[in-house]
Design a protein around this ligand. Structure first.
Ligand code: NAP
Length: 308
């Protein structure tokens, strides 16, 4: 029987592993099929404290992993949890056909960026297409250039506002003619002289795969059906996130959007199951906040196990 199984290998998962390993709980971490999580999909991370020149996303995750294993975390690489049974004690996880029994679980499965699904988007990812302005906005390739943000929610507005620090102009492309974002955020965004809204428009194609970099987008007007081209050096997709929580349906309490609902601290509705990071956070979604939540979940799990 395991003391604690950590599901997920992003900032939250590795931080929980470091803390539970140092508390002598002999944790087992299941990495999932994208070890290192979303941070490994970005180039340089400039806002994680302690790295004044920035740190490469994959490098940061490798450091966390080394730190966790140095203290004795056992890791099942590239395996994923197929299903869970939290109906009784012990808690049960099925990992690639094998059932693991455990006294506690830390769920740190993260969230994925929603993708547009437009031609060119995938091919030009990290070549001008990005899903995180805070991570990538300050890169030299985007400085003093026109940039495009897709979406009409708080994330899109926040990203557009942030990008005005670097861009010559930011075009906010939204499929309707009014923003979904909170009123204050929408007003601030629309009042910013550097932001031009492009209403009723969807991206039909990200250009230009043949040049191996973003040079613009082909847009379609959702009302008139007309198409047009807009030149830009970067496309920031901010159309929402999808928490990777499908396997916890009917077991953990979640919001309509699939975020795990936390009670006191990192506790979920099931005794002994804790959650941390982007799967339980629809607001901040930063590497450093995920790490902090992982730390909190580890401390909560440690106290829970001590009380058994
Ligand atoms: P969101 O509120 O779900 O907004 C997603 C936006 O993307 C919507 O405007 C939606 O259009 C658009 N969209 C969705 N799929 C699309 C597609 N396939 N093609 C084109 N456009 C598409 O997501 P979010 O902005 O990431 O925010 C998520 C939650 O976090 C919200 O509760 C938000 O308030 C919160 N948040 C808060 C803050 C803050 O308070 N500082 C910052 C960021 C996020 P429609 O409007 O037409 O559906």
């Amino acid at each position: 029987m395991e003391n604690v199984v950590i599901i997920g290998s992003g900032c939250a998962g590795w931080t929980a592993a470091i803390y539970t390993a140092r508390a002598n709980l002999n944790p087992l971490l299941i990495t999932g099929q994208q070890p290192g999580g979303l941070l490994t999909t970005t180039s340089i991370v400039e806002n994680f404290p302690g790295f004044r020149d920035g740190v490469e996303g994959t490098g940061l995750m490798t450091e966390m992993q080394e730190q966790a294993t140095r203290f004795g975390t056992r890791v099942q690489y590239l395996s994923r949890v197929d299903s869970v049974d939290f109906s009784g004690s012990p808690l049960k996880l099925t990992v690639e056909g094998e059932v693991i029994e455990t006294k506690s679980v830390i769920v740190a499965v993260g969230a994925g960026h929603k993708h547009l699904g437009a031609p060119g988007e995938h091919e030009l990812e990290n070549k001008g297409v990005t899903y995180c302005a805070t991570c990538d906005g300050a890169l030299p390739v985007f400085r003093n250039k026109p940039l495009v943000v897709i979406g009409g929610g708080d994330s899109a507005c926040e990203e557009a506002m942030y990008l005005t620090r670097f861009a010559s102009q930011v075009y906010l492309i939204h499929r309707r003619d009014s923003l979904r974002a909170s009123r204050i955020m929408a007003e601030r965004t629309l009042a910013n002289e550097k932001i031009t809204p492009v209403w009723n428009s969807v991206v039909e194609e990200v250009l230009d795969v043949s040049q191996d970099k973003v040079t613009g987008v082909r847009l379609k007007n959702t009302v008139t059906g007309e198409t047009s081209t807009l030149d830009c050096a970067g496309v920031f997709v901010a159309i929402g996130h999808t928490p990777n929580t499908q396997i916890f349906q009917n077991q953990l309490t979640m919001t309509e959007a699939g975020y795990i609902v936390l009670g006191e601290g990192s506790r979920t509705n099931v005794q002994g199951v804790f959650a941390a990071g982007d799967c339980a956070d629809s607001v901040y979604r930063q590497a450093i906040t995920a790490a902090g939540m992982g730390c909190a979940a580890a401390i909560d799990a440690e106290r829970y196990l001590a009380g058994l």
